[in-house]
Design a protein around this ligand. Structure first.
Ligand code: AMP
Ligand code: ZN
Length: 673
């Protein structure tokens, strides 16, 4: 390669890798397989070695990779959080072993650990209490996400026993178990929310949320694997792992001491076979020299320790033929393409289908053609994904696959909103999966939870023209004779069903709101909206600005709510449900006034607080006679601000000269400190 060619190649690899780093660390939405990323990084590294004159200090080879997000406080790491050198092949692992032997002789041991596929986290403890949790960030500084990490059950807030130093740092991996990932991701699909590609992205997306209550709802776990203390307390890494376990930390039970590199290979082979039986994803094995003295002797490179290496597993891939692309229509009208594959064995299961996500995936990323041979890979999910196409096997006359333009069920032209990946069938009133799906969603356990009524009954009642809207369910009692005559249901089950329907009229407003099936209004969002706007009329009348002042409500949700209430049909439907006596008002908790100290004053609470949730603070204000407003206006008396408050709110409050106070100042006003 000529120097000029090398220069161009280095530049293009660098910019591509930077983009991938951004996708991975900031957006938590990677678009490249780890293996391919590492290959490109390796190529760049080799070129920079050969042509050092083109080595840019800002090159992706010189950095750990992550980035810091703006919403959290940035904290400098006491000890930099380095990356690990990594390899996919045995020869390089043997070379690693040789390098170590050359440096420190033959008298040493390795600790082999699983390489958990999550995000690394650094925790600081002082006098036995968790005081800070910081993400890796760029390795030098990261995001302070303490409030969120506190919600993780397996991260001790206070330590057990004794023997721990007054101050220390401990590092580990935050991750989500596969079962939880699937359950929560399916919920998101049902709610019309974007899905996460894998458990790692779900975990890192969750840790970066502003709302700790929502973080708490998503079960995360954390395995600890490095202890950092000012003075060395132990001689070996292994001893430190046993100690931190006794202090109450979650360590992984599969770590092993290995005396030889052969033992290390045995460990690698064992987990290559058995990793799919774990309840969480791993992407390799980490091998660490056990003795701290020997670690010190070996030292570090700019990016990683010389005494450790990661052996990464190549994700198992198989090739198979694409038979057809079919499309499913969900209750919100979202159309999901599915690849139907010639059945093939992969990681212990038979694969017949793969997700294709959306039009861009088919037409832009994969450029799929009819009967293409595709490489399929299994990530954390049960349904695998298509990684790439084997172009060598493509029939030159094969036609490209075009995403459908019309609904596969009702034939209506699909719409795709700007900036959104999904296409929708807009024929809400005439497209069967939407009509039936909406009613099924309404009666489901998490929404109205109607006893005596299930998905199949809804389907049958729809086929027999008894119901086509949610409100029709409440009119069924007027048709009990016809229902009996139909002969499909016994008298007893009809009575049970009608009783269940009647009883559901007492379900709280937040459940009704969730049941309406407004796109992007999932369970949590419905709860927040109901608490904030108090009743459906306020919600229906809310402007865009008012909507986004509510906790957790972003632009996408706000626009969807506006669109929903601009539809006359929806309004008529809500009126009918009101007439049937459903709950459209949030029942206020009875307030026992603790004092009148805040009477006549109005407040808005924003940001994250260390000791209280926002709801708790709201209760405290109301119990002392204060009022909570829904948006910032000249009428507002105080803005109670915690950490990470949105910049837009802050600016607005400053413009209007509204006093911004802390929770401590609030408590001074009511004299509870
Ligand atoms: P990489 O991101 O490929 O450079 O690999 C380094 C990362 O592996 C670390 O930053 C950790 O987040 C992660 N990791 C997972 N399991 C372990 C482990 N047992 N020991 C050390 N690091 C681990
Ligand atoms: Zn349709």
């Amino acid at each position: 390669m000529s120097p000029a060619e090398a220069k161009t190649r280095i530049a293009s690899l660098s910019s591509e890798l930077k983009q991938h780093n951004y996708n991975y660390y900031v957006l938590a939405m990677p678009t490249i397989a780890d293996f391919d990323f590492d290959k490109k990084l390796e190529e760049l590294n080799a070129l920079e070695k050969e042509f050092p004159e083109f080595l840019d200090p800002d090159s992706p080879t010189q950095k750990v990779g992550g980035d810091i997000t703006k919403e959290f406080e940035t904290v400098r790491h006491r000890w930099p959080m380095l990356s690990l050198g990594n390899t996919y092949n045995e020869q390089e692992l043997l070379d690693f072993d040789q390098r170590i032997r050359k440096a420190i002789g033959d008298n040493f041991e390795y600790v082999c650990e699983l390489k958990f596929d999550g995000l690394s986290m650094s925790l600081t403890y002082e006098n036995g209490s968790l005081v800070r949790a910081v993400t890796r960030g760029d390795g030098i500084q990261g995001d302070d996400v303490t409030t969120n990490v506190r919600t993780i059950n397996t991260v001790p807030k206070r330590l057990k026993h004794s023997g721990y130093p007054d101050q220390f740092e401990i590092r580990g991996e935050v991750f989500m178990h596969l079962k939880a990932f699937e359950r929560l991701n399916n919920e998101r699909l049902e709610n019309g929310e974007l899905q996460y590609a894998n458990p790692r992205n779900f975990a890192s997306g969750t840790i970066k949320m502003q709302d700790s209550a929502e973080v708490a709802r998503r079960p995360l776990d954390c395995f600890m694997y490095f202890l950092y203390t000012e003075k060395l307390l132990f001689k070996t890494h292994w001893e430190s792992l046993q100690a931190v376990k006794s202090w109450g930390f979650h360590t992984n039970e599969n770590s092993r001491l290995c005396g030889t590199i052969e033992d290390v290979f045995k460990f690698i082979t064992y987990w290559d076979k058995n990793r799919f039986g774990l309840s969480y994803d791993i992407d390799g094995i980490v091998i660490k020299v056990n003795s701290y003295a020997q670690q010190q002797e070996l030292g570090f490179t700019a990016k990683s320790p010389r005494w450790a290496i990661a052996y990464k597993y190549k994700a198992e891939q198989v090739q198979t033929e694409l038979l057809a692309v079919t499309y499913q229509v969900g209750r919100t009208g979202a159309v999901t393409p599915v690849a139907n594959l010639k059945p093939v064995q992969l990681a212990g299961t038979t694969v017949k289908r793969a997700t294709l996500h959306n039009a861009d995936e088919i037409e832009k990323r994969l450029k799929l053609h009819e009967h293409d041979w595709v490489f399929v890979e299994k990530g954390g999910e049960i349904i695998p994904k298509i990684i790439s196409v084997n172009l060598d096997k493509r029939d030159p006359s094969a036609k490209p696959i075009r995403y459908i333009a019309h609904c596969p069920v009702c034939g209506t032209a699909l719409i795709r909103k700007e900036g959104e990946a999904a296409s929708y069938c807009p024929n809400e009133e005439g497209c069967q999966p939407q009509i039936v799906g909406k009613m099924q969603h309404f009666i489901s356990r998490k929404a109205m939870n109607i006893d005596g009524l299930g998905d199949e009954t809804i389907e049958t009642l729809y086929q027999n023209k008894f119901i086509s809207h949610i409100s029709d369910i409440y009119g069924l009692n007027a048709h009990s004779e016809e229902l009996k005559k139909m002969g499909r249901f016994g008298e007893k089950s009809i009575n049970n069903m009608l009783e269940g329907i009647e009883k559901s009229k007492t379900m709280p407003f937040e459940k009704v709101l969730f049941g309406l099936g407004i796109r992007y209004v999932g369970e949590t969002v419905a709860r927040k909206l109901a608490a904030h706007f108090k009743n459906i009329d306020n919600l229906a009348a809310a402007s865009f600005d008012e909507l986004i002042t509510a906790e957790e409500i972003g632009e996408r949700i706000a626009l969807s709510i506006l669109e929903y209430f601009s539809d006359e049909g929806h309004k008529a439907e809500i009126q009918k449900l009101k007439d049937y006596g459903l709950q459209f008002i949030t029942v206020e908790k009875e307030v026992n006034l603790a004092s009148e100290k805040l009477s006549g004053m109005s407040f808005i609470i924003s940001g994250v607080f260390e000791k209280y949730s926002r709801d708790e603070l709201k209760d405290i204000i109301e119990q002392n006679g204060g009022k909570i407003l829904s948006s910032i206006s000249a009428k507002l008396n105080y803005l109670v601000a915690g950490d990470n408050m949105g910049p837009a709110k802050l600016e607005k409050a400053q413009k209007l000269n509204i006093p911004i106070i802390s929770d401590a100042e609030l408590f001074k006003m009511i004299e509870i400190i």
